[in-house]
Design a binder for this molecule. Structure first.
Ligand code: NDP
Length: 322
């Protein structure tokens, strides 16, 4: 089968199209014929070696497809079922072996492309808005990179809950998309100081929560726009990692809360994986969550997909078709 493998970590050239054997299921696994793989920033971190993985490895964390074979112990799914997964390495490939208890069935009303587009970023938006900082009607949230893959979904979910959403983006085109997703206010953080703007928009009161996937360039100022006892949810670092800092800073800036959540810890149990994926699929089926699939690349163009994602050119979701 064709797959994108990393033999040596590095730039986009580290993504190599290879021909390798189709995986065979272990007793607790299912093998899925991949219809669509999702591209995510975490793939860049794996490719670069920032998040170390034993070499060589087939890259990719997310996808959807049809079960082609199951191991002897698998009872929950069968060949022919439409399924999706996240946080399983090896998704940029024609086939993948996945522990059966990490697969979710894709309902009729949701296409494989839609499922692959939300398993990582959609479930992330769900746990961030419902569990990490459970937003309520009337709360104010600052969403950094509001037109990004996770950003556009986060804005929609926060808006649906009834929160006031202030979003940051780098361009007018991205501003339009974030507004369409439900952002009440947009700050072009490449042109204006988002700290001053957020304070102005909240009459100096500050926001209840900052959802920050940008990290290095936004974290510190993000702390300055929180109300006393507000929460900084630092969930990514598309601009780079945040420098180490002294926890007393949280006291000085208003007894703030800081968390650095990871999807894995919010879908660790079968119940949580089921509840979150069903909730997101239901939003799609009910047309309460609009997906922006920005670009669909053939699998051999994985390098281009990474260049586009890292180059800050993209909005919404990038998919690969094996
Ligand atoms: P995005 O689609 O959001 O792409 C990154 C965006 O970040 C860009 O489009 C850009 O938006 C903004 N950005 C700001 N500065 C830079 C920079 N220097 N270089 C590149 N981009 C920059 O990606 P994802 O939604 O896939 O992921 C965003 C982050 O969230 C990643 O760090 C990812 O690992 C993390 N994440 C974490 C999860 C978790 O559970 N903790 C789950 C999902 C994602 P603009 O041009 O508007 O500034």
């Amino acid at each position: 089968m064709k797959a994108i493998q990393v033999k040596k970590t590095g730039g986009t050239e580290a993504l190599e199209l290879v021909d390798i054997p189709v995986p065979q299921p272990k007793p607790n696994e299912a093998v899925v014929k991949v219809a669509v793989s999702g591209v995510n920033f975490i793939d860049v971190y794996h490719r670069e070696g920032r998040y170390p993985v034993a070499l060589p490895f087939v890259i990719g964390q997310e996808g959807a497809g049809v079960v082609s074979a199951v191991g002897a112990e698998v009872k929950s799914i069968k060949a022919g079922d439409r399924v999706a997964w996240t946080s399983i390495m090896g998704s940029y490939a024609e086939y993948i072996a996945v522990p059966a208890d990490r697969l979710v069935k894709v309902p009729q009303a949701v296409s494989e492309r839609e499922a692959a587009a939300v398993m990582l970023q959609g479930i992330t938006a769900h746990y961030l808005t419902n569990t990490t900082f459970p937003l309520k009607r009337g709360d104010t949230a600052l969403v950094q990179a509001a037109a990004g893959g996770a950003g556009l979904l986060l804005v929609q979910m926060a808006h649906t809950i009834g929160a006031r959403v202030i979003g940051t983006v780098s361009t007018e085109e991205k501003a339009k998309l974030a507004r369409e997703a439900g952002a009440d206010e947009i700050i072009l953080y490449t042109q204006a100081d988002f700290e001053n703007e957020t304070k102005r928009l909240t009459n100096g009161k500050g926001v209840d929560v900052v959802y920050d996937s940008v990290g290095k360039t936004t974290f510190e100022k993000g702390l300055n726009v929180l109300r006393p006892r507000g929460m900084m949810v630092l969930f990514g670092g598309s601009s780079g990692a945040v420098s180490p800092f002294d926890p007393i800073t949280l006291t000085q800036k208003g007894s703030l809360f800081l968390t650095r959540p990871s999807l894995a810890h919010y879908i660790a149990t079968r119940d949580e994986l089921d509840a979150r994926s069903s909730a997101v699929f239901e939003m799609i089926a009910a047309k309460r969550l609009k997906l922006r699939i920005e670009h669909i690349y053939p699998l051999p163009d994985a390098q281009q997909a990474h260049r586009d994602l890292e180059g800050r050119k993209t909005t919404g979701k990038l998919l690969l078709i094996p």
